[in-house]
Design a binder for this molecule. Sequence first.
Ligand SMILES: [Zn+2]
Length: 292
Amino acid sequence: MYVTHYYISTFYQRLGGNHLKLIKLCQHIFLTLLIALSSTNLSAQDMVQATLDDTTFHWFSSEGQDIRIYYQQDSFAHRHRQMLLRSANSAVKEASGYLGIAEFEKILRVFYLNSRTEMERVVGRPCTGFANWDADAVFVVVNPDWRSFEKHEITHVLTMLSWGSPAPSSSWMIEGIAIASDGWCREYSVDQIASHYLSQDMLPQLTDLFDDIRALGEVRGGMIAASLIGFIRHTYGPAALRRIWLNGTDDLSDILSVELDQLESTWHDYLRRSVTTGVPVDLDTIMESGCG
Ligand SMILES: [Zn+2]
């Protein structure tokens, strides 16, 4: 089995069962939902090979320093392959830097698909992004109406391969760290959206975020988690994120040497200081059309 980014609820249920190694991530609107691809009996490597062998697709590829990208003839990705290759290469370097990983020696493979329909053919779900870390591969949709989230998916691969699976109490970080690494939803930064929630008195208690992120809703939970992760990284560095990831959020206060209420108030102050106020965030459009 693997996982796809799809519905966050399934994802956390699986995490609660400690099945993380058996799943991959599939991105739906913007966020991810983890599901077990039990409908296929393919291994991670077999899934990539099956995609390459599928004659429905006509793959071309280009290789950069850390990455190989695949695209189909006459597709949007084919026409923009040079830009996408640079973008994917940069995504590996930037995501590595975000996580504090000095060097990632594998060549990651990025498959650009035209549509959710094609994604469903490949991974069994009509998501817009899919991270398959056991095969060093990600699959992303890109077309004139949807920007690809390769950096988000690559961050999933790098965290899982470099850090390993998170402690169960840190499962809220999985999506948050990928969203934070990517940094954007439509034209808004993650912190702009979190600041909007703060102004609406819609930021939850940290314990509520940690205990049940899905109860906050897919977009709200993901954006708030990402903003908090960005603040922790900004203040304490990526090594602190890694420790929380591995040791569990139960140890967060000890790792950061701060009480939760103090962390919460300094994060809120950080948002008030660093985000330009008065930027109207169109949440309705995000909820309706996603972050692409
Ligand atoms: Zn994700």
